[in-house]
Design a protein around this ligand. Structure first.
Ligand code: PEP
Ligand code: MN
Length: 349
């Protein structure tokens, strides 16, 4: 349940409510809005006498929350969450683009890609060092060496970096190099991992599992948040449906407005994994921005045909530039923005 405090409630009124809830063995999450404070009660509500709190001074109303998730729900935190990552803010009116290769493959590949995506307007650099490959014989990533490259190239280009962490034992290591921890689709319900990243306070991008419902995604976010880490972004990356002939997954575009309605957490869309084909990434990106996504994560490679993973869905840098220009117009039409550098005039013009 949430306890909505009156606009003119005093500090001591709030303290009384909080103390009483904590004494009853529940946790409290405070959301201080511009208008009023909301006290979120975390725990098994059936054990709490709701009527008791109605008489507390400063209390406006008690609202039972029927949804299974609390901290990730908009009821607990009506204002949208913004997450600061270095000089980048996710969840504001700016649609933030994360781009880079699927896997970090080497210095040249990463430096070239990072330079290109930065010039195109990307704000955050992606690159996998620990890769969750379907086959154990496929390239598994460069491991710590890849993390070092990502960290260095992120510094060189002035971009925060995001990379996947695949297990609880890797969390400390990945935190040393990455600004954002990515939880991959295959690990969305790895509860030990969610708990471990929850204990770090590091920003996390949680990808929706390809067979998971929206409620399951929000409950996975709840695992991270209930361990004290509120810096969570949700990522729609396509789900499995009956139709997989022309696309790798089905981009659930509905998930964007649904998540924005249910939750205060920023929503990122991954059109690369959702479609699996570079030719479809542009259209899916435009749709994601139009649907209200707070950001996109896009795979880019200077030589997609030589990529060690996901080359089929990786954009050439020139195509990435086109994507950035197009989504900037769409963002503008819905009162948001994508910061794209002005296109360079061809020499001699
Ligand atoms: C990736 O981002 O390269 C990746 C493996 O994504 P997902 O977990 O969505 O498949
Ligand atoms: Mn990939």
């Amino acid at each position: 349940m949430i306890i909505v405090m009156k606009r003119d409630a005093e500090k001591k009124d709030l303290n009384n409510v909080v103390e009483s809830i904590e004494e009853a063995g529940f946790k409290v999450h405070l959301s201080r809005g511009t208008e009023r404070t909301i006290v979120g009660v975390i725990g098994d509500e059936r054990l709490l006498d709701k009527k008791h709190y109605e008489s507390f001074p400063g209390v406006e109303e008690i609202v039972p929350i029927l949804k299974p998730y609390k901290l990730s729900s908009k009821d607990f935190h009506p204002e949208g969450t913004t997450i600061e990552i270095g000089n980048v803010t996710v969840g504001s009116d700016e649609v933030v683009v994360i781009a880079g290769p699927c896997s970090v493959e080497g210095w040249d590949q990463l430096r070239t890609t990072a330079g290109e995506v930065k010039n195109g307007g990307a704000k955050i650099l992606r690159g996998g060092a620990f890769k969750p490959r379907t086959s154990p014989y496929s390239f598994q990533g460069l491991g710590e060496e890849g993390l070092e490259m990502l960290d260095t190239v992120g510094e060189e280009t002035g971009m925060p970096v995001i990379t996947e962490v695949m297990g609880p034992a890797q969390v400390d290591l990945v935190c040393q190099y990455a600004d954002i921890l990515q939880i991959g689709a295959r690990n969305m319900q790895n509860y030990n991992l969610l708990q471990a990243v929850g204990e770090t306070g590091h920003p996390v991008m949680l990808k929706r599992g390809f067979s998971n419902t929206i409620d399951e995604l929000l409950l996975a976010a709840e695992y991270i948040m209930s361990n004290g880490n509120y810096n969570v972004m949700l990522c729609e990356r396509g789900i499995r449906t009956f139709d997989s002939k022309y696309t790798r997954n089905t981009l659930d575009i509905n998930a964007v407005p649904v998540l924005k309605d249910l939750s205060h957490l920023p929503v990122i869309v991954d059109p690369s994994h959702a479609t699996g084909k570079w030719e479809l990434v542009l259209a899916a990106s435009r749709a994601a921005v139009a649907a209200g996504a707070d950001g996109l994560i896009i795979e880019v490679h200077p030589k997609p045909t030589e990529a060690l993973s996901d080359g089929r869905q990786s954009l050439l840098p020139t195509r990435f530039n086109t994507l950035m220009q197009q989504i900037s117009h769409i963002a503008e039409a819905i009162d948001r923005r994508v910061e794209v550098p002005a296109l360079k005039e061809p020499a001699g013009v």
